[in-house]
Design a binder for this molecule. Structure first.
Ligand code: ZN
Length: 865
């Protein structure tokens, strides 16, 4: 790879644009597509889709002689315009049609293209049982976004073209077909049926879909309109459990967006081997069948609920209001992701919503620091699919929240409603959102968009506080550590108005708030107060997307952790306290782990406790194993992986042997005992062997929902980096025929376990990954990439290079190139660094013992004083 990845021009951040990236625009429009009608027939056994694609096109100007459509790897039999055959050229990517007469405005052209596609690699997917997976259902489903519709029908394949659509499809009985819009009729024809669906509202080609299988249908309704859940037979109860809130969500979003759900029905179809979580095809969302929850999974899986509301929100943001070009995809993905936050608030309350937003922010922050930094709106890329990253989803959501913060709740929703109403059945760009806000509220948020949308990054704040008792002045110094020193929002500094609160604990908590303009690299603010505050709350409500490091004295941090009404502020206080590392910090965190009313804070406190290198952290943590929230128990168990002692091991093994109501808690326990036992492999060989045997028995006995528990056991085994026994077990589970989610976990784990293996075993891992890399299933390829990216041998790079070369998937290509950079890093100076780090850790461990004893002595002496 070129040193592109280490470009220093981008302020130390890697570049989004990979070599070969170039500007992309919508093509010139010869005319307006008015209607698309696909008249198809499926030969499922032979994986053939054939038929005629009819397109009615209204020319936008006179004199057009040639039309160019997107059509990839199709067999084109003939093309007719207005029922007369015409000449065409086809190169496997675009279909160029020569018109017999130049087109005229107001004289729509009726284009008919007879075509077929056999064993397609993209666009339309044929799922069937095979010798390794004989129980697989027979299914056909499509995936258009972003530019894959052209793989299953010829079209003007970009989101700027909106039209009505219609799909008629002949399929064998007893299969059923679901598509966009309304079911017009079903015609019986011997052992076949013809389904006819029609969509009267305009939409782009990427949202056209077809799903075929012998589905079970669970019928629900919203305001008299059908809301159907299509699942594999036998999963009916899971369907209701997983998607049953849909009608309530439709009501909620109809109200919030100020526009009642517009389509004649809403279908959600759970399909096998789906390559995304979900896809919001107009009125016909496709979801991965992995989202179907059994009763036990529904205890602590909220992902499905979030997925359901996300795809539903797209029916407005994306489908009713369509983005004109992929570069503005944040408008729809940001709002769909923000709908997850809103729905969380509606269902679980404001603290849960605030925490959900923090997790979204972190997801973006991690991409920003580890992958690249980019503006949310950019049209420079290699393939549009690269844009579907944590910037447009999670950061997009955070930007919507900042808009809400700037406008206030009432004006925010008014503006959103204006945006939806003004742009329904039309295409939009980012500027249209700004205009709707300005039109409705008078507020010009260009400053916010300039800082967070049109350029990359976010402020990294360091906030220090001190109190001058004589002058009764609070001094707060805010440093933007990302900034290069230029003023007023130019350069890298952000220009925002941030509320700072001073909290007083009396009978309740009272907060005195000042709003300051933060716009320089470093600013000190002085606040005259009648009395010393108990705690300081920077960015009250934590509404701005940022990172923040608090440099307050311990008493203020303790008070904030205990009393700040905002859970995110409490979490920041916990982080700052943990950095202090003293026994006093542990006591405060221990109290929060026991007492904080919100599980999200307890989760974060558990994480922070494990960061403190004092033996007392364990005593504080272990109590959290009895927490009523499975989220907290899981976090505690994950934290205990860092405390590699026998006591820690015993506490966690209990969960592996005796179980827990939550799948995820048991899975975490399996991983943690692997981490603890593998660390003591050298001196306690019998323990390591015992744990490997235990995890093996988990693999043999705990098959179940989405293989969560067994995947945990796989992750536990992966910790034994120099164990051949563990490696052999993992390899066993990478074989075809092993249930898919488990196999994917085993493939991913090969990367981690390869690191300490003998040269012979390393070769075995590489051979296995080379073999698996030949499989074309997207998720398998991603698992292979993940494994290779963790390896520390140049041979991994060779496999990655050939994967990048062969794949037809833009994401796989991109990931492969990113993983190559990782391996280069792994085998570079990093390796030496790690050895040093190991040595330092040993020293730390010894030091910790001494320090812990010292802290105890000090604690005792302070009692004596
Ligand atoms: Zn989405």
């Amino acid at each position: 790879m070129p040193n592109f990845y280490f470009d220093t021009e981008n302020n130390g951040h890697k570049n989004f644009e990979l070599p070969g990236a170039k500007p992309h625009y919508n093509p010139d429009r010869p005319g307006q597509v008015e209607h698309i009608f696909l008249d198809l027939s499926l030969d499922i056994h032979n994986q053939i889709c054939c038929g005629v694609c009819h397109i009615r096109l209204a020319p936008v100007r006179n004199g057009i002689k040639r039309l160019t459509l997107d059509a990839v790897n199709l067999n084109i039999q003939f093309v007719k315009v207005d029922e007369s055959p015409v000449k065409f050229e086809y190169d496997g990517e675009s279909l160029s049609i020569q018109l017999t007469q130049p087109a005229k405005i107001n004289q729509p052209l009726l284009i008919a293209i007879a075509y077929s596609v056999e064993k397609p690699q993209r666009g339309i997917y044929f799922i069937q049982p095979d010798k390794h997976y004989p129980d697989k259902p027979v299914q056909v489903w499509t995936q258009g976004e972003d530019e894959d519709s052209r793989f299953w029908f010829p079209c003007f394949d970009y989101p700027g073209q909106l039209s009505t659509s219609e799909i008629r499809v002949r399929i064998p009985k007893p299969l059923i077909a679901v598509s966009n819009g309304e079911l017009m009729d079903i015609i019986e024809d011997g052992d076949q049926r013809i389904y006819h669906w029609s969509q009267q509202q305009v939409h782009p080609t990427y949202l056209m879909t077809l799903a075929v299988s012998d589905f079970a249908v669970v019928a629900d309704e919203w305001r008299g309109r059908p809301v159907n859940y299509y699942v594999e037979k036998g999963r009916e109860a899971d369907a209701k459990r997983s998607m049953g809130k849909t009608p309530r969500m439709m009501e909620y979003l109809s109200e919030k967006f100020g526009y009642p759900y517009v389509y004649p029905k809403y279908a959600q179809i759970c399909v096998d081997d789906f390559i995304f979580g979900g896809m919001e095809n107009t009125s016909t969302t496709l979801l991965t069948d992995k989202c179907l929850l059994d009763e036990r999974a529904s205890l602590d899986n909220r992902n499905t609920e979030s997925l359901v509301v996300h795809e539903l929100a797209h029916q407005w943001f994306g489908n009713l209001v369509v983005i004109k070009h992929w570069s503005h995809a944040w408008i729809k993905e940001g709002m769909a992701s923000y709908s997850e936050v809103m729905w969380t608030e509606n269902e679980y309350g404001v603290q849960d919503a605030a925490y959900y937003r923090l997790l979204e922010a972190r997801s973006y922050l991690s991409e920003d620091s580890s992958r690249y930094r980019r503006p949310m709106v950019t049209h420079v890329y290699r393939e549009a699919i690269e844009l579907y990253d944590r910037h447009i989803y999670e950061k997009g959501s955070c930007v919507y929240h900042m808009i809400r913060t700037e406008l206030g709740d009432e004006l925010f929703w008014k503006a959103i409603q204006t945006f939806v109403q003004d742009n329904a059945h039309k295409t939009v760009e980012t500027i249209d959102l700004l205009r709707a806000i300005e039109k409705t509220t008078g507020h010009n948020l260009a400053f916010l968009f300039d800082q967070y949308v049109y350029r990359g990054g976010h402020p990294d704040f360091k906030v220090a506080y001190s109190w001058d008792g004589d002058a009764k002045l609070a001094k707060v110094t805010v440093t933007q550590t990302q900034a290069n020193g230029e003023k007023n929002g130019l350069g890298d500094s952000f220009n925002l108005r941030i509320p700072i609160g001073f909290g007083y604990i009396q009978s309740g908590v009272e907060c005195k708030t000042f709003t300051v303009r933060v716009n320089e690299k470093e600013q000190s603010f002085y606040f005259p107060l009648t009395q010393k505050p108990d705690f300081i709350s920077f960015d009250i409500g934590n509404n701005y997307l940022k990172t923040v490091t608090l440099e307050y004295p311990i008493p203020e941090l303790k008070a904030q952790l205990e009393f700040d009404p905002n859970p995110i502020s409490r979490i920041y206080a916990a982080e700052a306290l943990a950095k202090k590392g003293a026994l006093e910090a542990i006591k405060a965190l221990a109290l929060a782990l026991k007492k904080d009313e919100f599980w999200g804070v307890r989760v974060e406190v558990a994480k922070q406790l494990a960061e403190i290198q004092l033996d007392q952290a364990f005593d504080a943590l272990v109590i959290g194993l009895e927490d009523p929230s499975p989220f907290v128990r899981k976090a505690v168990i994950q934290s205990l992986a860092k405390i590699k002692t026998h006591a820690s091991y015993t506490a966690v093994t209990n969960f592996v042997q005796n179980g827990d109501p939550s799948y995820y808690v048991e899975a975490a326990a399996c991983k943690t005992i692997g981490a603890i036992a593998s660390a003591s492999l050298q001196d306690q060989q019998p323990l390591a062997e015992h744990v490997i045997t235990l995890l093996k028995s988990v693999l043999e006995t705990k098959a179940g929902w989405n293989e969560v528990i067994r995947s945990g056991a796989i992750a536990g085994l992966a910790e034994f980096k120099d164990s051949e026994t563990a490696l052999n077990l993992l390899l066993e589970y990478t074989k075809l025929g092993v249930s898919k989610p488990l196999r994917l976990a085993a493939i991913r784990a090969l990367g981690k376990i390869s690191i300490g293996q003998s040269p012979t075993n390393l070769e075995r891992v590489l051979d296995r990954l080379t073999e698996i890399a030949k499989e074309t299933f997207f998720l398998t390829q991603v698992a292979v990439l993940t494994a290779l990216g963790q390896m520390e041998t140049p041979k991994a790079i060779n496999i990655l290079q050939s994967l990048a070369h062969q794949t037809s998937d833009g994401r796989v290509r991109r990931y492969a190139e990113e993983e190559i950079a990782k391996v280069q890093n792994n085998i570079g100076p990093e390796k030496t660094l790690r050895q040093l780090r190991d040595e330092v850790n040993q020293l730390k461990q010894q030091n910790q013992e001494l320090k812990s004893r010292l802290e105890n002595l000090e604690a005792k002496s302070s009692v004596l004083n």
